[in-house]
Design a protein around this ligand. Structure first.
Ligand SMILES: Cc1ncc(COP(=O)(O)O)c(C=O)c1O
Length: 253
């Protein structure tokens, strides 16, 4: 009887169905293996060691984070090969440089020559060794616009377009002698990949561990299958249930 167990929780409490999260994670791992691309799961949705462990299959390697604080948190707990997926703000360069001293690999995103200039002043450890200052590791494109789609057909059209543009860019780089990795992928595109995505090096979805309510709306298959809840002990139970239904209901797909 979950209601009784929930009532004994110290609230607010985050409650999730671990078996469903494990199933969601396993399916994404298998999908990526089948495609032949490296899965680099994003941690921003949950920010927990438990889900990170589930999503990396225990490897503690190859993750994406959205802040240096998240990067430090996972680094403190043994994670490595961390990609900080936000065009680096100048005031975060120092923290990333410090992280690069502790980790085998930290990757950051640049989208402006000024950011490159900042990085030259304070290169990351790997970059120092290469004297040039900075090494381009790859091209990272995020197709967050898939959350405005309705249904698989539209999602796959976005997946196709993003893949095409990213690979075209990689080809242009190749033509001038630069070989590097390519990465795209929101939860919707990685849940319904198109064939050409097999030509990418990596994908970086994150939300799939929960398949949150946004995803359910966009797939038009919103089901009253409660999976994670923010449980508030003081609320009217009906109201709490309504909110949990709307804010956090997720399904196992
Ligand atoms: C830069 C970036 N990469 C990856 C992701 C993960 O995508 P999703 O939440 O669809 O799994 C996000 C999510 O917003 C993101 O902003």
């Amino acid at each position: 009887n979950h209601a009784i167990e929930f009532n004994s929780l110290f609230t607010p409490a985050f409650v999730m169905d671990v078996d469903k999260a494990k199933r969601n994670a396993q399916r994404m791992i298998e999908r990526c293996q089948k495609l032949g691309v490296q899965l680099r799961p994003h941690m921003k949705t949950h920010k927990t060691l438990e889900c990170a462990d589930i999503m990396t299959g225990g490897s503690q390697r190859c993750i994406v984070v959205s802040t240096p604080a998240e990067a430090c948190f996972f680094a403190d707990h043994g994670y490595d090969d961390i990609l900080y997926a936000y065009s680096i703000p100048f005031d975060k360069v120092e923290r990333c440089a410090a992280l690069s001293e502790r980790l085998d690999l930290i990757q950051i995103l640049l989208d402006h020559p000024d950011a490159l200039e900042q990085l030259r002043k304070r290169p990351l450890r790997d970059a120092i060794a290469k004297t040039e200052g900075v090494e381009l590791r790859g091209v990272y494109a995020h197709c967050g616009n898939t959350y405005y789609c309705t249904g698989v057909e539209q999602i796959q059209a976005v997946a196709q377009e993003t893949t095409k543009l990213t690979l075209q860019f990689i080809e242009k780089l190749k033509a001038v002698g630069i070989t590097c990795k390519s990465s795209i992928g929101s939860t919707p595109t990685c849940s319904h990949p198109v064939k050409d995505m097999a030509q990418l090096s990596e994908v970086h979805p994150g939300n799939y561990v929960f398949y949150g309510v946004n995803y359910c709306f966009l797939m038009s298959q919103f089901q009253p299958c409660s999976f994670i809840r923010v449980w508030s002990g003081k609320s009217d139970p009906k109201l709490a249930l309504w909110w949990s239904y709307f804010v956090c209901v997720s399904v196992c797909l």
